[in-house]
Design a protein around this ligand. Structure first.
Ligand code: BG6
Length: 516
């Protein structure tokens, strides 16, 4: 590569040379939980790393009236509580003085016009144009009015066709089924063009998820084996220890399939199974992800014989203390049939993966917080080391640990030292924390910066979200009809319902104990 050529942003990562344009970020849903927990701490940390644009402005928009100074002090508190690094008065002071707040209804066009005028006035005062980045972090019920008002107020069109054209970042949930996702896509695309749209899936901002592509395509030893000739099965686990906590109202309308599988887990499937992209530009990567999602066979929803098991946690023990079951959690209706766990067996109908089952599962209140991708290779032929109990020849497995304890583990067979030949599976570990230290950027830092600089690689394209909904929607429709019929149960603090073993049993596989 020519030294003067810019490096691709995906390779560049959080480098200091990205030349972010002068920007105003408007957060809709500014008094919400996500703003406090993730967005503002991420902006603060970008400030510390000197990655924010030289001219950076932040406007919070929400229904509640809040004075500017009060809003700023709420953000100070949020940083104190949720940032990975302590509040640095000097750095934050420079960002803070460019923060303001505006209240208004999400369906109130006049409030959007006031916002448009406010930003125009700011540009006049600065004597320069600003890129507008709209971050929609509201409840999903108002996504559409916000998008429409961004269009009608002229905010969306501002500086269109120049480097400072507006952008919109939209939080999950992106629809609640295929039809609503299509509708939301149509609304977005009636106001913004696809390159201006940044659909968030925060899993893509995680270091380890990005590392998946590097492990696959920057090493020559794995890719030749990454196919049906050598891989026996793939298991993807996204397990959480926590229950629904105070989010019962939201969660009961959602459930594990919508909350975790349709988005985060399917993204892990797509990155694990996709073909090598022709280049690292956003469209090449997203084209491959869509292709593989489309190759997944429709799922059979039958609770006895099908490809899916859903379940709900009952009370149980978590770290030695008794914890309530899902139905006892705050805000959960007694007649709820929402699943807190789902496990799926996917068959990918393409040349590379035909016949290799992809088992995926995600649940709340599981034994351990552990997200991982385990690629199990075919067993070596049992010709040499197979006699009696002296040999324990395990299949080789590559485990990419997304969180916590980020890293990669290879399970290999080795000779136990001694005078006789005895084999035993051993683990070779690479751990982020030991190699790189533990203070890696949070997903939202990467994603907010990428949107500001216009790199959409780590965001979901419209057809991608629809491909994933196309798989999940028939299951949701089936569950809706069945209610509690076929809804299994698992004790809080366990690895999920015994029924989930059925998905693997016909191939003689077992669920792994995920985690270190
Ligand atoms: C969110 C879900 O998208 O992801 C939550 O709505 C879930 O229910 C969270 O807890 C998990 O994210 P992470 O980054 O903690 O694995």
């Amino acid at each position: 590569m020519n030294a003067s050529e810019p490096r691709h942003p995906f390779l560049q990562g959080l480098s200091k040379h990205r030349g972010a344009p002068p920007t105003v970020v408007v957060i809709f849903g500014a008094s919400g939980d996500l703003t406090a927990r993730k967005l503002v701490p991420a902006i603060f940390n970008l400030g510390i790393d000197n990655l924010l644009p030289g001219d950076f402005h932040l406007i919070g928009f929400g229904r509640k009236p809040i004075e500017d100074e009060k809003f700023r002090s709420l953000l100070d508190e949020a940083i104190g509580e949720f940032s990975r690094r302590p509040l640095d008065g000097e750095v934050w002071g420079r960002v803070r003085r460019h923060i303001s707040y505006q209240s208004g209804g999400y369906d109130e066009l006049a409030a959007f016009k006031v916002m448009a005028e406010k930003i125009d006035a700011l540009e006049r005062e600065l004597g320069r144009d600003l890129q507008r980045v709209f971050y929609i972090s509201t409840p999903p019920s108002v996504f559409e009015p916000v998008i429409q008002n961004l269009g009608k107020s002229g905010l969306a069109d501002k500086h269109q066709g120049t480097k400072l054209g507006s952008k919109v970042i939209i939080e999950k949930p992106f629809g609640h089924d295929l039809e609503s996702a299509r509708h939301l896509n149509a609304t977005l695309q009636s106001v913004f063009s696809e390159p201006q749209i940044y659909r968030i899936d925060h899993y893509l901002g995680k270091e380890t998820v990005q590392d998946l592509l590097v492990q696959r395509f920057a090493n020559s030893i794995f890719e030749p084996m990454w196919n049906r000739q050598h891989v026996e099965s793939v298991q993807i686990t996204v397990a959480e220890e926590l229950g629904v906590g105070s989010r019962g109202g939201y969660y009961d309308q959602s459930g594990a399939l919508r909350d975790m599988i349709q988005n985060h887990t399917m993204q892990l499937v797509a990155l694990t199974a996709m073909e090598p992209p022709v280049s690292l530009d956003p469209e090449s990567i997203r084209d491959e992800k869509v292709k593989v999602l489309k190759a997944i066979q429709p799922l059979n929803p039958d609770p006895e014989k099908g490809d899916v098991v859903r379940a709900r946690y009952a009370d149980g023990l978590f770290q030695g203390a008794k914890v309530p079951g899902y139905l006892e959690e705050a805000g959960i209706p007694a007649d709820s049939s929402t699943e807190t766990y789902a496990a799926l067996k996917l068959s990918i109908n393409n040349w590379r993966w035909k016949g290799v089952p992809f088992y995926i599962r995600s649940g709340k209140r599981m034994a351990r917080r552990a997200s991982e991708i385990a690629v199990q290779f075919r067993r070596p032929p049992g010709i040499l080391f197979s006699e009696g109990s002296k040999y324990d020849v395990a299949p080789n497995t590559m485990v990419i640990s997304i969180q916590p304890d980020e890293g990669v583990t290879l399970v290999l067979n080795s000779k136990v030292p001694g005078l006789e030949t005895r084999t035993q599976p051993v683990k070779m570990h690479f751990r982020y924390a030991t190699t790189y230290g533990s203070n890696t950027p949070e997903a939202y830092e990467r994603l907010i910066l990428d949107a500001i600089v216009g790199d959409s690689t780590l965001f979901i394209r419209g057809d991608e979200t629809e491909a994933s909904w196309r798989l999940c929607t028939p299951l949701l429709e089936d569950w809706n009809k069945r209610g509690n019929e076929g809804l299994a149960s698992y004790a809080a603090g366990s690895w999920g319902p015994p029924e989930a073993e059925r998905l693997l049993a016909e191939n003689g596989h077992l669920w792994r104990r995920a985690g270190p």
